[in-house]
Design a protein around this ligand. Structure first.
Ligand SMILES: NC(=O)c1ccc[n+]([C@@H]2O[C@H](COP(=O)([O-])OP(=O)(O)OC[C@H]3O[C@@H](n4cnc5c(N)ncnc54)[C@H](OP(=O)(O)O)[C@@H]3O)[C@@H](O)[C@H]2O)c1
Length: 311
């Protein structure tokens, strides 16, 4: 562990006195932290870190309202991004394209950790802070976070993609497993886009498929489609987790080789907005069924022909 002293003179104008002190690399626990970009993920992670005993010393965002909301949740002060007090850890909760701008504005001194949450980005966008001596951590929670409340509830138990320098690796693992109750997975910088694409296929793909299923049920007058589809969607995920993978637990007419059932579905959906998502999903199901040896090529070819595809 290396100890570095904050020089008070290097603190930004407006920094409250009393924050000049020794820093250690990596930060020792409990650590001080600030939040720059007070949206769903950043605020939820800040709340979880505070619950774990770490010390919030300031929040900032594009709008004063979001900064103040987070400050209220954390019992901290709201600042503008450039006037945040220095801290051991700076959480950058801004959207992917704003990370570099925020990293260039936050106080970043030697030894402080600047941490963003973007799945598709490695340490690159943190360069404006790294060039001032900060350490970078790209720690991405693999969870769908539509609100601060949902994120706070669901981040514990979620996996985290970890891209950082060797000197931060153990620290990041301890914070994720111990403070955030998550599961760290090391991801090379070059692999971050593919890492994130898998979350998008799965999480946003499931939402889009559910939305298409809801609309088909709505078209035949079912009042509460998600009450019908929610349990089957949850069951599919539970089945895959229990079996240790999704392919082995694929069910339905494709893996049963029921060409006539698919023909009836297509006839029912012809001319409706459900036809296109059904065809897209069925192509993916056929590919998974063939790849796992659940149906032969001849059966797959008959199903594909119904969709107007050649195999
Ligand atoms: N949501 C998810 O499911 C999810 C999951 C994993 C990772 N992530 C990652 O988490 C990060 C944040 O996503 P999010 O979903 O939490 O977004 P979000 O709810 O839209 O929050 C982003 C926040 O950043 C603030 N902001 C925007 N531009 C800024 C700037 N130039 N300076 C300072 N603050 C700025 C916004 O401020 P105002 O509110 O003040 O306008 C907003 O509060 C992204 O990198 C994203 O890829 C998201």
């Amino acid at each position: 562990m290396v100890h570095v002293s904050f020089a008070y003179a290097s603190l930004p104008t407006g920094t409250p006195r009393g924050l000049e002190r020794d820093m250690s690399i990596p930060p020792s626990s409990p650590f001080t932290f600030t939040l720059a970009g007070a949206g769903c993920v950043g605020t939820a992670v800040a709340v979880l870190l505070a619950r774990a005993g770490h010390m919030p010393v300031g929040t900032a965002s594009r709008s004063a309202g979001s900064a103040e909301r987070a400050a209220g949740l954390l019992g901290a002060e709201a600042y503008s991004v450039a006037r945040l007090p220095p801290a051991d850890v700076v959480l950058v909760g801004a959207p992917d394209d704003a990370i570099a701008e925020v990293a260039g504005l936050v106080p970043a001194v030697r030894g402080s950790v600047v941490w963003h949450f973007a799945g598709a980005r490695g340490l690159g966008p943190l360069e404006p802070a790294l060039s001032r001596g900060a350490l970078g951590a790209a720690l991405h929670p693999v969870q769908a976070c539509p609100s601060i409340e949902a994120a706070t509830l669901r981040l514990p138990g979620s996996a985290w993609g970890v891209t950082c320098s060797d000197e931060l690796r153990e620290w990041a693992q301890v914070v994720i497993t111990g403070d955030l109750r998550g599961i760290p997975v090391t991801v090379a910088s070059k692999d971050r886009p593919a890492w994130h694409a898998s979350s998008v296929i799965t999480a946003n793909g499931i939402s889009a498929l559910l939305s298409a299923g809801e609309r088909v049920l709505g078209s035949i007058g079912v009042d509460d489609p998600i009450a019908v589809l929610g349990p089957i969607a949850a069951g599919v995920i539970a089945n895959a987790r229990e079996a240790g993978g999704a392919t082995a637990t694929l069910t339905g007419p494709v893996v049963r080789g029921e060409v006539a059932v698919i023909e009836r579905h297509l006839a029912a959906l012809e001319g409706t907005e459900g036809r296109a998502p059904y065809a897209t999903a069925t192509r993916m199901i056929i590919a998974a069924a063939v790849a796992s040896g659940r149906i032969d090529n001849e059966t797959a070819a008959k199903m594909s022909a119904l969709l107007g595809d050649e195999r």
